[in-house]
Each structure stands twice: as C-alpha cells, then as structure tokens.
Design a protein around this ligand. Structure first.
Ligand code: HSE
Length: 442
C-alpha cells in the first residue's frame, strides 16, 4: 500500500463496545492516525437498524446495513457483532480476501479459531482478538509476543467478571447466589443469557483462546472441561474460608504429561494466592513461564469503554503492519504438537469435605480408601462436630458425627473420582458435602 493512502476501516456492530470504538475512531481520528503513522478513515459502521439509539451518536452518514459491501471496501475490518452468524460469515469473507480482522468475538474464536487461523495463514490476512479475553487487560499480546521466546507452562485466569462478582459477594457479604446474580446483571457485567456466565461457557471460550495462544496449538471449546458455579453453596464458601481458602471460578490451561489440560471449574484458592485478592467483577490472569516465572495481569474484564481500549490497541497494531506491509507471523505451529488431554487424565490437588461417624478407626478407614486409590493426603482437619441436625459445632462437642476436611496431593482426576465413590459407600461416611479442585501457591 502507498503510505499516503488512508487505511480504510469498516466497523461491524455498534453495541456497547462498538459504539465506543466508533466514538474513538471519529473523535480521536488524528491521534489514531499519528499512532499508526498513516491516516485512518472510517468507511462505515454496519448495523442491523440505523434508527436504534446507541451509547454514542454515530454520524448518520457512516451507518449502513450493508455489512458485506463494507467488508469488501475495508483494509481492516473490526467485528463487534458477536455470536456466530452473521459475524462468522463476515469474518470469513474478510479473511478470504486477505483483509485484516480485529474482533472481540470469544464465542466465534473458541468454536472456529482453528479454521479462521488456517484461513488467515493461507491468505496472509492479519487476525487479532485481544478484547476476547479479559476485556481491557493486555493479556493475549504479552502471551503471543512478549513471551514468544519462553515456554508457558500454565495460565490461570479469573476471566468472567459476573461469576467473580457473585462468588465475591457470597464470600464477603453472605449474599445468596440469586441475589448476587441479579446485582451483577443490574451492573451490566452479565451476558444476555446468564447461563453463559454461571455455567462457565464464557470462561471456557476464553480458556480455549488462552490455551491456543499459550501453547501455539489450535484448541477449541470442545477441548475444555467446563463446570460452572451453580452448585457452589454458602456452606462451601464458609468451609473454604475456615481453612484459609476462597472459591473462584478459574480458567486453567496447563502442560501436563506431554499434553495440555484445559479446564474451567470452581477452584479452592489459598487466600495468599495473588488471584485470591481479585474482587468484584475484576478479571486477572496469572501466567507461569519457564524463564519468566510468575506474571499477573489485572484489570477490567468487561464494559464498553474498557473493552474498546483493547480493540483500539489491536486496530493500531494491525494498521501499523498494514502500513509497513509486514506480513502475518505464525501464531500457531506444530513444533511441539501438544494435544488436549481429557479431564480424567488431569492432575491437580483436591479438597474433600465430609461428615463422618465420630468413632474410633474412622480416620484410618478413610485414609485406607485414599491410599488404595493412589491418592496421597497433604492435610486433614477435623474442624468441628456435626449435630444430629447437621449443624457444625465446636470440635469434640457433638455426639452424632464429625466433619473431616482433606486436601490431597496432586492426584489424577479419575483416581479421585473413584476415591469419592468408594468413600460415599462407606457406612461411616454420612455425606460428602463438597469436592473441589485446589490451587495453592506455585
Ligand atoms: N459476561 C462477561 C463477564 C463479559 O462477566 O466477564 C465479558 O466477556
């Protein structure tokens, strides 16, 4: 491209993020052009209905309902429609023509990232999606760029603000799950369908994206084990608190046994862990790399204005490359050929909270079951007794049963599951109130 020619931008979608991106492109056009080193020009903003009121009043002459024509005209397409269609077809149309795409569409990337990366590699189109994970937090560029000479071993993130808000409210104010969810919805963090947040699907999409970039291999949503927070009770939270833990919904991608484990689930986190301090709807991503060691990235994970910062960062980075005709660099490679392992093969520490008969030999019987399943105990507590009504009393006072909390060493998920099944079948075990995966300090 001739450097004097403007870089033509087509924006698809004008929702809460799109309207803010439109505002920046129009009001800060000179600044953005200066940052790019070439003039940028907004060719149009494609919307479904030009009359819909928006967070920022987009000049009427920019609005169009012909998204395809806009894609065909642009040097750089910003896709902020979200969801699968028409967003997917439009992104594909752009990439097929070799046109650069910036998107925040986590669902699309998690489902079709492998295919879209392959298409971009074929045509040389640039494809960037910083806003898809952690909103405003610069996390993907550090992973794909700054750490590209290192080997990332693990990424753990609080990547869903709604669930972090809910769990934080339950932990700090004793709020009930439904009330905390309603509050998160009122504050505008939640997805249109709250199931995407509370059942972990939003975080799972982000885990697929983090795994893809951290391990340079195309993982999709199907590779991610996903468990949401619906079953986390106030009792779980109180029991965790009494042992020095907090419960967080984590997206974890980790190298293990020659493969990669990608998982999203409620996790017991030591209160001393840096991620445990992440409150409210904030997001944070904790990265462990062989040479760099531990790194943490923290910030606002949702909202139109913060997320527009990540989109604009990608726009400037991509436009600079268009200006200087720098071709796409391979983000993915098969140099290591890491494959996704199933959750059964995953190894982590576990916490088991159970109510048992308070009589001699019980602890020995429980310990025997764990040993038989090759699960080693790291710590065991008997914090209180359980009254006949199920209330936990001070240790040694109750006559009906006792509460026992066990934290295991690293164990295979399938061994742990078999352990829990056997424990449940013991006469001395009255009930198992929670089984949670644990992350302690690295
Ligand atoms: N619903 C998401 C959240 C929005 O709660 O974090 C950002 O993807």
């Amino acid at each position: 491209m001739n450097v004097a020619e403007p870089i033509t931008i087509g924006l698809l979608g004008a929702g809460s993020v799109g309207a803010q991106v439109a505002r920046t492109l129009v009001e800060e056009r000179e600044l953005i052009s200066a940052r790019v080193g070439a003039p940028v020009r907004v060719a149009g903003v494609a919307v479904r209905d030009v009359e819909t009121p928006r967070d920022w009043r987009i000049p009427k002459e920019l609005l169009t309902t012909d998204a395809e024509a806009l894609v065909d005209e642009a040097d750089l397409v910003i896709e902020l429609i979200g969801g699968f269609e028409p967003a997917g077809a439009l992104v594909e149309r752009a990439l097929r023509q070799g046109t650069a795409v910036v998107t925040g569409n986590k669902a699309l990337l998690a489902a079709r990232g492998d295919e879209l990366h392959a298409l971009a590699a074929e045509t040389g189109a640039l494809l960037r999606y910083e806003a898809s994970v952690g909103g405003a937090i610069p996390i993907l560029r550090p992973i794909e760029d700054s750490l590209s000479g290192d080997r990332i071993t693990k990424v753990m993130g609080i990547v869903n603000g709604t669930t972090n808000y809910i769990l934080d409210q339950m932990d700090t104010t004793g709020a009930a799950f439904d009330d905390a969810l309603a509050e998160a919805q009122k504050l505008g963090y939640a997805e249109a369908d709250p199931s995407a947040d509370v059942d972990g699907h939003d975080a799972a999409a982000k885990a697929a994206i983090l795994g893809t970039l951290a391990f340079h291999a195309p993982f999709t949503l199907e590779d991610v084990y996903c468990q949401g927070i619906r079953e986390v009770t106030q009792e779980d939270i109180e029991a965790a608190a009494s042992s020095g833990y907090v419960i967080k919904l984590l997206a974890i991608v980790e190298r293990q046994n020659g493969g990669a484990v990608l998982r999203v689930h409620p996790t017991l986190l030591a209160r001393t862990h840096p991620l445990a301090t992440v409150r409210g709807a904030f997001n944070a991503v904790f990265v462990v790399a062989e040479s760099a060691g531990e790194l943490m990235f923290y910030g606002q994970g949702a909202g139109g204005v913060p997320t527009s910062s990540a989109i604009m960062g990608d726009v400037v980075a991509v436009a600079r490359r268009i200006r200087s005709a720098v071709p796409e660099t391979p983000l993915l490679s098969d140099a290591e050929d890491l494959h996704a392992l199933t959750i059964d093969a995953a190894e982590t520490q576990y916490y088991i909270d159970m109510q048992v008969a308070d009589q001699e030999g019980v602890i020995a019987e429980i310990a025997r079951v764990l040993a038989d399943h090759r699960v080693s105990i790291e710590s065991m507590r008997q914090p209180g007794s359980v009254s006949p009504e199920g209330e936990v009393e001070e240790a040694g006072r109750g006559d009906a049963g006792a509460q026992v909390q066990i934290v295991t060493h690293q164990a295979k998920e399938e061994h742990l599951r078999a352990t829990v099944e056997t424990l449940e079948s013991l006469d001395v075990v009255k009930s198992i109130s929670s089984v949670l995966r644990v992350e302690v300090e690295q």
